[in-house]
Design a protein around this ligand. Structure first.
Ligand SMILES: [Cu+2]
Ligand SMILES: [Zn+2]
Length: 182
């Protein structure tokens, strides 16, 4: 019987100005959102899973209907229009939407969230294009952090740059906790 040994080569990419914590890696973070009126709009929980990041939305105080969800590139939530959040998180310089041949942005979600007549809604999405690892190029903690934004309308998954999803109606700042873990 022949045994063949495979040596796994690990290539470490070191980013010069990333102050990576030596503590246990971040597995989960819960981000509070606020709506345009400054009310509590619920939470988004990001959890590292086998092939990506699971995002669980528990939303409230939002208008009835379908609403697009994205990660935007700045860790700024400036009510009422949340323009400071900037464009979609897009480190790979693609176009918007899962149905766009030049897509999709890292910060795009594969669906919209449905808000009921009681102004609450829940949804869970698996995103393959983001990471909670602060040293990863697609980390949602890149460049001081990002934000999660809810829009007035559904996402058409094609129109660049934002899926024709209208105004920004809620936002939550995503930043690495100062102790490196929750
Ligand atoms: Cu957006
Ligand atoms: Zn996008």
């Amino acid at each position: 019987m022949r045994l063949t040994l495979f040596a796994a080569a690990t290539i470490a990419c070191v980013t010069a100005n990333t102050a990576a914590s030596a503590q246990s890696p971040l597995k989960q973070i819960k981000v509070p959102l606020r709506n345009s009126a400054g009310q509590d709009a619920g939470t988004a929980t990001f959890k590292t899973v086998k092939n990506g990041v699971k995002v669980k939305l528990d939303l409230e105080n939002l208008r009835f209907g379908q609403h697009a969800v994205h990660i935007h590139e700045n860790s700024v939530c400036d009510a009422p229009d949340f323009e400071g959040a900037g464009p979609h998180f897009n480190p790979h310089k693609k176009r918007h939407g899962f149905n766009n041949p030049s897509g999709h942005h890292n910060g795009d979600f594969p669906g919209s969230v449905s808000i009921g007549e009681d102004h609450t809604g829940e949804a869970t999405f698996l995103l393959h294009s983001i990471s909670l690892d602060p040293s990863a190029p697609n980390s949602i903690f890149s460049n001081g952090g990002t934000s999660i934004v809810i829009h007035a309308h559904a996402d058409d998954q094609k129109s660049d740059p934002s899926g024709d999803s209208g105004n920004r109606i809620a936002c939550g700042v995503i930043r690495l906790p100062s102790n490196g873990h929750i």
